[in-house]
Every structure is written in C-alpha cells, then in structure tokens.
Design a protein around this ligand. Structure first.
Ligand code: NAD
Ligand code: UFG
Length: 358
C-alpha cells in the first residue's frame, strides 16, 4: 500500500512512518516543518533502511498538494498535520482554526478532484468533553471543548464525516442516473477513520526518534524527561487534591509505537471499507501523574524532582479509553506498559538531550 503522511515529520507521524515501512508499506511525507525538522525523516530512514519521499509544503496550499498527490496517488492519506498546543490555541485561535481547518478542507478538495478515497485522521480524546465518565466509548456524546485546539478536532471530525456521507449519496445518485462524475463530484465513496488518541508518550526503542517539543514542554512526559536529563530543575504537579487515590489526575498513556502500529491497522482497514469509523487508540488503563513520575525514576535510575502546584485550568480529573472497539474492528491493542514507555522515553532523551538539534 502507498501511504502519504501529512505532518509526517512530527512526533507521531515519524513513528508511524517507521511502523508503516516495517509493515511493508510505502511512505511519503508532506510537512512544512512548523513544529519539526527534516532530521526526523533522516532518522526514520536510518532505522528502516528505506527511502521516504519527503515534500516540504503547507498542506493548506492546494496547488502544491495537487502536484504532490498526483505524483504519489496514495492508497491512503494519514492526516497528522496540525497545530496542537492547547494553551497556544487559546492565545492564537485564528491561526489554529486557519491551519487545522484549512489543511483538512484542502485535502478533501484534492481527494475529490483526484478520486482518492481513503483517509485516516488524528483526532483526540479531548472531543469527549467533560461530561462523560471514563472509560470513554466511541458512542459517548461529543462534548463542549475547553479550548480552540479541541474545537478544531471536533470540527474536522464533523467535516470528514459529512464529506463521507455526501460522497456516498453522490455516487449512489450518479450510479442510478448512469452519469459520469464531474470535476467537483465524488468519484467513489470516501472511507474515513477518525482515530481518537489518548496520551501518546515514549519513543522508538532505537532512541533515534522521539518527542522534541519547542520551548517549555506543555505535556507531562516531555517535561519529566527534561527534568531527568537536567534541562529543567523540577516538575510542577498540577494539583494533588483531585478525587483519585493519590490526589493527582489520571490519564491513559499509550506508547507511541503502539499508537503507530494502530495507524497501520487503521490505514489497512480504511482501504478495505467505506463510510466513517471512529476508533479510540488508548490502552484502557489509567495512571496518575505521581505514578508516571515514579515509573520514570525507575527507568532513569534517579528520583525525578517535583513540587505540588495549583490545578491547571481546563484539566479533567480522569480520562481513559474503552479500548475494545479497536480490538474488535482493527484487531489491534496496545502491548507496551509504562515501564517500556519510560525506558524508551529516557533512551531517546538521554541520547538526544537537546532533541534533534545537533
Ligand atoms: P507534531 O507537532 O509533532 O506533528 C505535527 C506535524 O504537522 C509537525 O511536523 C508540523 O510541522 C506539521 N504541520 C503543522 N501544520 C502544517 C501544515 N499546514 N502543513 C504541513 N505540515 C504541517 O504533533 P504530534 O504530537 O505528532 O501530533 C500529530 C497529530 O496528532 C496532530 O494533528 C495532533 O493534533 C494530533 N494529536 C496529538 C496528540 C498528542 O498528545 N501528541 C493527542 C491527540 C491528537
Ligand atoms: N501535568 C503536570 N505537570 C506538567 C504537565 C502536565 O502535572 O508540567 C499533568 C496534567 O495536569 C495532567 C497530566 O499531567 O493531569 C497530563 O497532562 P498532559 O498535558 O501531558 O496531557 P493532557 O491529558 O492534559 O492533554 C492531552 C493532549 C492534548 C489533548 C488532551 C485531551 O496533550 O492534545 O490530552 O485528550 F487535547
């Protein structure tokens, strides 16, 4: 299968590129390096021993995307490209809506013109909102998001779902009337897989690729890693007065290589099916902030310094997946636990203390 990964030089995309090649599929990557570097793809090639076609382009640039897609004609597009920092999205909503929504609309227009039909999308557990009780099942109602980033995921899910529905209706109508599809008509029904990620963490076991946040990390695991390696003094734990066994929030931390392998299964599923499928990618098991701090200490061989601070605005107490649908539909489940997560995160961080910067 030929796959095209938008945002494929980023954290999850680069790991998925490795998993795709390992599974015997061809990979092309489109990235504008807004939050990544070409070095990640050089490392993917080093790990796999295979060439990855790399295009530097903005996925919202339709002319450029038409050229790239005409060249590649992928069996499946995996759409990772997007801006993802929750706090930044609150300060810069216009940039977040423009980038995240435009990339998806551009891809849909190109797919329609070229007759490409299969797309897997990076969504987030954030669309469940605050009213559901974990474990979250895919049929739980989508909720109110607490930030523009979350809304972009919510809206992109809707846009893709609506396009899949319209493509099916249009193809049925054309078939019934015996007419050929015009330039702006769907030539075949779309197949959309919306993957709702929980908390992707860890790194490829080689230590050659991993998460490389710019500036001060927003997320727990890269922050812990940078404290462990001496780049930061201590972690601030955002609140220890939640109604949980140790008072800290619980999340479903999923090893990025498990997540990457889930994408391989999702892309294979997308090419065999039609319509829209929503699937959680999580482990189904929650861990608290303090459990993650302790696990990382075991992996790096010394305690990770932390202080208890105030709650962070917008945090939910508990979030974890019901992971049964992924098992049933994709035949996939996570197999790596928190000790492997911390071992691989530490391997990456300790060998690349400044990330991809030489
Ligand atoms: P990342 O920032 O490492 O990767 C995103 C990539 O997209 C980057 O390489 C960036 O340069 C690229 N990009 C952004 N806008 C672009 C554009 N207009 N054109 C071309 N390239 C563009 O982030 P990630 O953690 O790998 O996340 C990948 C996807 O998964 C994102 O859509 C993100 O919102 C989603 N997601 C991530 C998490 C998480 O915790 N990491 C959780 C849920 C969902
Ligand atoms: N935390 C700390 N200190 C830190 C960073 C985080 O205590 O310095 C805590 C948070 O309060 C939270 C937990 O660690 O309890 C996990 O926080 P992350 O920021 O790592 O992850 P979130 O669950 O808040 O956010 C993730 C993704 C978002 C997505 C959201 C909802 O990063 O993209 O899940 O699914 F929107």
């Amino acid at each position: 299968m030929k796959t095209l990964l938008t945002g494929g030089a980023g954290y999850i995309g680069s790991h998925t590129a490795v998993a795709m090649v390992d599974a015997g599929h061809d990979v092309a990557v489109v990235d504008n390096f807004a939050n990544s570097s070409a070095e990640a793809i050089a490392r993917v090639e080093k790990i796999t021993g295979k060439k990855v076609a790399l295009y530097e382009a903005d996925v919202a640039d339709k002319e450029r995307m038409m050229e790239i897609l005409k060249t590649e004609m992928p069996d499946c597009i995996i759409h990772f490209a997007g801006l993802k920092a929750v706090g930044e999205s609150v300060a810069m909503p216009v940039e977040y809506y423009r980038n995240n929504i435009d990339t998806t609309l551009t891809l849909l227009e190109c797919m329609r013109e070229l007759g490409l039909t299969n797309i897997v999308f990076s969504s987030s557990a954030t669309v469940y909102g605050e009213d559901n009780v974990p474990p979250f099942t895919e049929d739980a109602p989508k909720g109110m998001c607490t930030n523009p980033y979350g809304w972009t995921k919510w809206m992109q899910e809707q846009m893709l779902t609506d396009a899949a529905k319209a493509s099916k209706a249009e193809c049925d109508r054309l078939k019934a009337t015996g007419k050929e599809a015009g330039a702006n008509e769907w030539k075949a029904p779309l197949s959309v897989v919306l993957l709702r990620y929980f908390n992707p963490v860890g790194a490829h076991e080689s230590g050659l690729i991993g998460e490389d946040p710019q500036g001060i990390p927003n997320n727990l695991m890269p922050y812990i890693s940078q404290v462990a390696v001496g780049r930061r003094d201590h972690l601030t734990v955002f609140g220890d007065d939640y109604d949980t066994p140790d008072g800290t929030c619980r999340r479903d931390y999923i090893h990025v290589m498990d997540l990457a392998e889930g994408h391989v299964k999702a892309a294979e599923y997308a090419v065999e099916n039609k319509g829209t499928e929503v699937i959680n990618l999580g482990t189904g098991s929650p861990y608290s902030v303090l459990e993650m701090v302790e696990a990382f200490g075991r992996a790096c061989g010394h305690a990770v310094a932390y202080e208890i601070g105030a709650r962070r605005a917008g945090d939910v107490q508990d979030s974890w997946a019901d992971a049964e649908k992924a098992k049933a539909v994709l035949g996939w489940q996570a197999s790596r636990g928190i000790d492997e997560i911390c071992r691989d995160a530490w391997n990456w961080q300790s060998h690349n203390p400044q990330g991809y910067k030489k």
